[in-house]
Design a protein around this ligand. Structure first.
Ligand SMILES: Nc1nc2c(c(=O)[nH]1)N[C@H]1C(S)=C(S)[C@@H](COP(=O)(O)OP(=O)(O)OC[C@H]3O[C@@H](n4cnc5c(=O)[nH]c(N)nc54)[C@H](O)[C@@H]3O)O[C@H]1N2
Ligand SMILES: Nc1nc2c(c(=O)[nH]1)N[C@H]1C(S)=C(S)[C@@H](COP(=O)(O)OP(=O)(O)OC[C@H]3O[C@@H](n4cnc5c(=O)[nH]c(N)nc54)[C@H](O)[C@@H]3O)O[C@H]1N2
Ligand SMILES: [Mo]
Length: 697
């Protein structure tokens, strides 16, 4: 039934899409009363959303109509980072920004850097007009690596892309490995399918250093040390080989490099892996037997891999090792078998048309340098040099909060504090990053603008219509870049294109626009079991256990077991490994300022095992200092079996200014990168913890 959307009614409903960086990409229905969003609920007609929202997004109206929403353009008046601003007009802000950018671009446009991530995952507000603007300008390009690029590179090399099982088919699986994922906290709509499978008798096994909310609900939990997943995958392969639980036909026809992979797997007997992973050998043997039993009975084995396991040095290779597993038992033959890390490779987005890289030609810079967003701390502090190019002189930040989320905040803060750096931040709130802006521009939320969305956890396109008018003087990102383009004299017609038209352009004919506007979503027509008969989009068309592409880059062509940058047990000063997975009621650093959600989380917390706590005189609720050579982070100890011995869990990602000593967990992380994909190794970090004495600062 169509939802009445006439603006003459004072109360009406509008279909939209959740914009957040989460695999679930829910279809929303917003109720508007007298121009105000009063309720957001899940669209019950959208099969993946099924009328259910997480606690966070159910609070979206509270976030949108928050008293601290930025409503007017602001100009810095206090010292850098002080967060002191005065209200200015849009005209003044945009003219001044345009003048500053023009002056820098006249010397070298590559001294200007965009910095954005997935604050909204919308194609219009996240990767259209903004990209056109920076291409036409000839600005440095940003290597967007902060989240998923290690896993993405690994999938690319192994399966040929970000592809895999359809999420709904997990409901029919008989054995599900939840590998590096806290689904209940961060992928709730997947968990519905896992629960359905459980009700039908499936076994659920969680592989995670932390005893997460999800681990609590699984039949087994393997609490391995962070960064040891590749060894576990190899030990499982070892057992499949020695028991001959192998689909020889599938291996023969649809894999590349199996003989070499087999040789390497035979070097990882379970006893060796148990030692390496910090697991009882019995757990590894039992899991291998579960897989073997399913293989013998032709029951579907499925792996829900998630990004948690690729945030250590060897994360890319670990994803490669795990991604080879389904082929050994021919799991891909069934639609309820195989693996899912990301589904985003299924979407036929016309990125060239949205982003217009061809506009670079007019900028005079044919191939701008690439700056890795994960090393922004170091790069902001880098002087000009022949290798690096010009120092970064201007930074335009949108859809991201780097001062809170990028690794090694000490350096990030020092970079943002540079007096000679010109920083523009487009934001909905005065975040830690916004505090460092020279100009802070008010951005609309998802309820106030158009957008169109893909998903990395399902395979439907979603449309988002604005439900309410922009609050205050807020403008959408696309509108701000449109107006900046005009002021810089960029007259290509593409800069005049409106948001609704960008939505239509994003997929062209690949999506039925009528259906999309009526339903709010459009399901891509895709096969149920994509790799039942091979057909991997790799160079060989096979699942590439051996990757010639990686070998050609001088890397090992087979999945490797790589030690962490900071291996557990390697430092007497810092004997604990720290991981920093998301807190359930925040979305990265978004929602930390929503009071009702912050109240549920309470305080910045560190989960620590009772033995590790006792050895340090730490009690539940004690204030502690977590530290290493990079910095100090004060928070509350949560003495709990959620932490395994030797590993502490610093739940993320608090706003620094709401923390005890003005820091968050990224004060401790470093900027070394992963083996594949140039990604940060957030969960590869050694620390020490001590009781905080009242005179500590
Ligand atoms: N509520 C909520 N939901 C979110 C987010 C959020 O911040 N809050 N963030 C969103 C974003 S940006 C992303 S990328 C996705 C992330 O989605 P996931 O990757 O599923 O993220 P997590 O729920 O943190 O699950 C990661 C799990 O990996 C575990 N882990 C850490 N190190 C290792 C390791 O070395 N090996 C293994 N096997 N496990 C390890 C952590 O303890 C954690 O439980 O979630 C999205 N959804
Ligand atoms: N220690 C540690 N650090 C991590 C992680 C971890 O697990 N541990 N996870 C990492 C991961 S997976 C990710 S994805 C990154 C996420 O890092 P970010 O992408 O920076 O995500 P958020 O912290 O949610 O910040 C997004 C910001 O975008 C703003 N925003 C939302 N919509 C719009 C819009 O339409 N316009 C504008 N202008 N702004 C908007 C929000 O208000 C918010 O402040 O963090 C990474 N950092
Ligand atoms: Mo992410």
């Amino acid at each position: 039934m169509p939802i009445p959307q006439t603006q003459t009614q004072t109360r009406f409903e509008v279909r939209g899409a959740c914009p957040h960086d989460c695999p679930d990409s829910c279809a929303l229905i917003t109720t508007v009363d007298q121009g105000r969003a009063v309720q957001v609920r899940g669209n019950p007609e959208h099969p993946h959303t099924a009328g259910v929202l997480c606690a966070k997004v159910a609070r979206y109206p509270e976030r949108t109509h928050h008293p601290e929403r930025l409503l007017y353009p602001l100009k810095r008046v206090g010292p850098k980072g002080s967060g002191q601003f005065e209200r200015v007009s849009w005209d003044q802000a945009l003219s001044d920004i345009a003048t500053r950018l023009q002056a820098i671009a006249a010397r070298d446009p590559q001294a200007i850097l965009p910095y954005s991530y997935a604050g909204t995952m919308g194609l219009v507000q996240g990767e259209s007009m903004d990209r056109r603007f920076f291409h036409r300008l000839g600005a440095s390009r940003l290597d967007r690596t902060i989240c998923a690029s290690a896993g993405a590179a690994a999938l690319e090399a192994t399966l040929g892309g970000k592809l895999g099982m359809k999420v709904e088919h997990f409901a029919e699986s008989r054995l599900i490995l939840l590998w590096g994922t806290n689904s209940i906290g961060s992928n709730l709509h997947f968990w519905r399918h896992a629960q359905e499978a459980k009700r039908r008798g499936a076994k659920l096994v969680c592989i995670d250093p932390r005893r997460s909310e999800t681990a609590d609900k699984c039949h087994e939990h393997l609490a391995l040390l962070p960064g040891t997943d590749a060894a576990l995958a190899y030990a499982l392969m070892h057992e499949l080989i020695v028991h001959d639980w192998l689909d020889h036909d599938y291996l023969e026809r649809y894999t590349l490099g199996w003989p070499q992979l087999r040789e390497r797997a035979l070097q990882w007997p379970p006893e060796r892996a148990a030692q390496h992973c910090g697991l009882p050998v019995e757990q590894i043997l039992a899991l291998a037997q579960d897989i073997g039993r399913c293989f013998e009975q032709r029951e579907a084995v499925a792996i829900r891999l998630n990004y948690g396991m690729q945030r250590t040095r060897g994360g890319g290779n670990a994803v490669r090792a795990v991604a080879c597993l389904p082929a050994l038992i021919g799991a891909w033959r069934q639609r309820a078998g195989g693996l899912l890390l990301s589904s985003s490779g299924n979407f036929p987005v016309r990125r060239d048309q949205l982003q217009r890289p061809d506009l670079l030609a007019a900028s005079g810079v044919r191939s701008p340098r690439l700056i890795n967003m994960s090393t922004i701390g170091a790069d902001l502090l880098r002087p000009a040099s022949p290798e690096f190019g010009p120092a970064i002189e201007a930074l335009l930040v949108y859809n991201s909060n780097p001062v809170a989320v990028a690794p090694q905040s000490g350096q990030v803060v020092a970079g943002f504090a540079r007096e000679d750096l010109f920083t523009v931040v487009l934001e909905q709130f005065q975040t830690d990053t916004a505090d460092y802006a020279d100009y802070l521009l008010p951005a609309t939320t998802q309820l106030e603008h158009w957008d169109i969305h893909t998903s990395y956890g399902h395979t439907d396109v979603l449309l988002n219509r604005p439900a309410i008018a922009p609050l205050g003087e807020a403008k959408s990102n696309s509108q701000i870049f449109r107006e900046l383009a005009a002021r810089l004299g960029f007259d290509d017609p593409c800069f005049a294109q409106d948001d609704e038209s960008l939505c239509r352009q994003a997929f062209g004919d690949a999506v039925d626009w009528e259906r999309l506007t009526q339903q709010g979503y459009f399901s891509l027509p895709l096969p149920d079991a994509p790799f039942a008969e091979g057909g991997f989009p790799t160079p060989s068309g096979k699942c590439e256990c051996f990757s010639a592409a990686l070998a050609a880059q001088g890397l090992d062509g087979l999945p490797q077991v790589l030690p962490n940058h900071e291996p557990w047990g390697s430092s007497a000063a810092y004997p604990l490994a720290m991981i920093s997975p998301p807190a359930r009621n925040f979305l990265n650093s978004t929602f930390v300022n929503v009071r009702s959600l912050r109240d549920i989380e309470g305080e910045p917390r560190l989960e620590i095992h009772p033995d590790d706590a006792a050895a340090r005189g730490i009690e539940d609720g004690s204030l502690v200092c977590v530290f290493n050579d990079r910095g100090r982070y004060h928070c509350q100890a949560d003495v709990s079996h959620r932490a395994r011995p030797g590993v502490v869990n610093g739940l993320g990602i608090w706003w620094r200014k709401l923390g005890h000593n003005g820091t968050n967990v990224n004060e401790l992380t470093h900027q070394q990168l992963t083996d594949l994909g140039r990604a940060p190794a957030f969960y590869d970090c050694l620390v020490q913890v001590s009781l905080l004495r009242p005179d500590d600062s």
